[in-house]
Design a protein around this ligand. Structure first.
Ligand code: CMC
Length: 429
């Protein structure tokens, strides 16, 4: 008997099956042969929330949740955050290798020269209510971009595909900045292609009457590192949505709007917004013991804690904590930091959190930095979506190039009524 197999005995029939094991995984379709009789559909696996189901083979991002390791294309996140910049990391994630100097120059030029959006996109964004949530505007505008670039539907043509990828990475900061200016009732600021990716983003957010906007180098770098940390995170909810929608061969704008919609939820990328609201509600370190009590009584969630994959300190949270100190040197300390640090201290000592392996995740400290940088809370999920764009698109390309991938279509266990006959309204009791 081969060692790389799993032997399953079906005690209902006494039959034994030998299932191949590859990369510690069995193919779910190999369970289908397990039947009680010829009429039986065959065995399925049941996995709500896909907690133990690999939906793809991937070579992009590696996470060891127990050891707290995150790597993009093999490079540790700590090294990338220390030595690289967002556009270089975006290239790495998309193409699999760090660029040469020439490749980087071409890539940077291509991204920084696709930052403008069609004037009608601006008009479209103007039509939102004055207090529209920026993430709602972002999702809707990305979806609308599919109507401006209908050639994007030609997803099997490599050149067309790459063009849409460049457009999306280049234009999401512009759409994000316009949504911010809209929410503040300020005129939209056009991109400045002579600035860096994050420098230009800050320009579109903050520029008022200056002839030329000069971004603060510390804040520009801090935002760049935050973008590196958020660039990809393997098969999370938003990325899974990107792959599922993309598997029907829709265009990348529409698929990405769906991915961003998934990110918006408070259990995912909306958590940074939820953390800030939670810290504001706690308001004072004196109120923390009562808050922790409520969490343990299951009346509340400690937002920014816990993760499906990390059962250890999220390595991104560690890096963010360090950046916070650099940002506060420029902006002054955010008073909410004291509440966050005390919450973390208590939670990391408390049995409830310890036995469930609940540690701070990426969202616990990022919101405190964003707030110190004077971003409104509603902008936080948008700040997550901008850098995640490259992750979504890289995973989308990987999915399209994978001959094993098919349209995503899960199974269900039907536990409803058996066939029954319709009863006319007048005869119902
Ligand atoms: N506060 C209190 N209890 C929690 C928390 C929390 N933040 N997270 C998990 N638990 C408890 C949960 O009640 C459960 O307890 P029990 O086993 O007694 O029923 C146990 O810990 C396991 O949690 P789970 O909900 O089964 O874990 P999950 O993998 O399904 O959910 C999660 C992961 C991130 C949705 C969850 O931890 C959560 O809701 N956290 C707060 C929201 C948050 O910070 N989300 C950002 C995630 S990181 C950014 C991203 O990549 O999206």
């Amino acid at each position: 008997m081969s060692e790389d197999t799993l032997t399953i005995t079906d005690n209902r029939t006494g039959r034994t099956y030998e299932i191949p094991v590859e990369n510690d995984t069995i193919k779910a379709m190999n369970l289908r042969q397990i039947k009680v009789n010829d009429d039986d559909f065959g065995m399925m696996s049941y996995d709500p929330g896909f907690t133990n189901t690999a939906s793809t083979r991937s070579t992009i991002t590696y996470i060891d949740g127990v050891k707290g390791i995150l790597r993009y294309r093999g490079y540790p996140i700590e090294q990338l955050a220390e030595h690289s910049n967002y556009l270089e990391v975006a290239y790495l994630i998309l193409f699999g290798e760090l660029p040469t100097k020439e490749q980087y120059q071409v890539w940077e030029y291509d991204i920084l020269h696709h930052t403008f959006v069609h004037e009608n996109i601006k008009q479209l964004m103007h039509a939102f209510r004055h207090d529209a949530h920026p993430m709602g505007m972002f999702i809707a505008t990305v979806a609308a971009m599919s109507t401006f670039y209908p050639e994007g539907r030609n997803i099997h043509d490599q050149d067309t595909r790459m063009k849409q990828i460049q457009r999306l990475i280049a234009k999401v900061p512009t759409v994000a900045a316009f949504s911010y200016r809209h929410s503040r009732g300020l005129p939209y600021v056009y991109p400045d292609n002579d600035l860096s990716y994050t420098g230009n983003f800050l320009n579109m957010l903050d520029k008022m009457t200056q002839v030329r906007y000069e971004p603060d180098p510390v804040l520009e770098r801090a935002l760049d590192v935050l973008f590196i940390l958020h660039a990809d995170h393997e098969q999370n909810c938003g990325t899974a949505a990107m792959r599922v929608i993309g598997s029907s061969h829709t265009d990348p704008y529409t698929a990405m709007a769906g991915a961003a919609a998934a990110l918006y939820g408070p259990l995912h990328g909306g958590a940074n917004e939820a953390v800030l609201r939670m810290l504001l509600e706690i308001g004072d370190v004196q109120h923390i013991p009562q808050f922790i009590k409520d969490v343990k009584n299951r009346e509340r969630l400690l937002m920014g804690f816990g993760h499906r994959v990390y059962k250890n300190y999220d390595p991104r949270a560690r890096i963010i904590k360090r950046i916070a100190d650099e940002v506060f040197e420029v902006t002054g300390k955010n008073p909410l930091l004291a509440i966050a640090l005390e919450l973390e201290r208590i939670a990391l000592e408390d049995e409830f959190f310890v036995e469930r392996n609940l540690y701070p995740n990426v969202d616990f400290y990022s919101g405190i930095i964003y707030q110190a940088m004077r971003f409104p809370i509603a902008m936080f999920p948008v700040l997550f979506a901008i850098p995640r764009t490259v992750g979504w698109l890289s995973q989308w390309v990987e999915m399209l190039n994978d001959p094993e991938q098919r349209i995503a279509r899960p199974r269900q266990m039907y536990l409803g009524e058996e066939k029954r006959d319709f009863v006319p309204l007048a005869e119902r009791g």
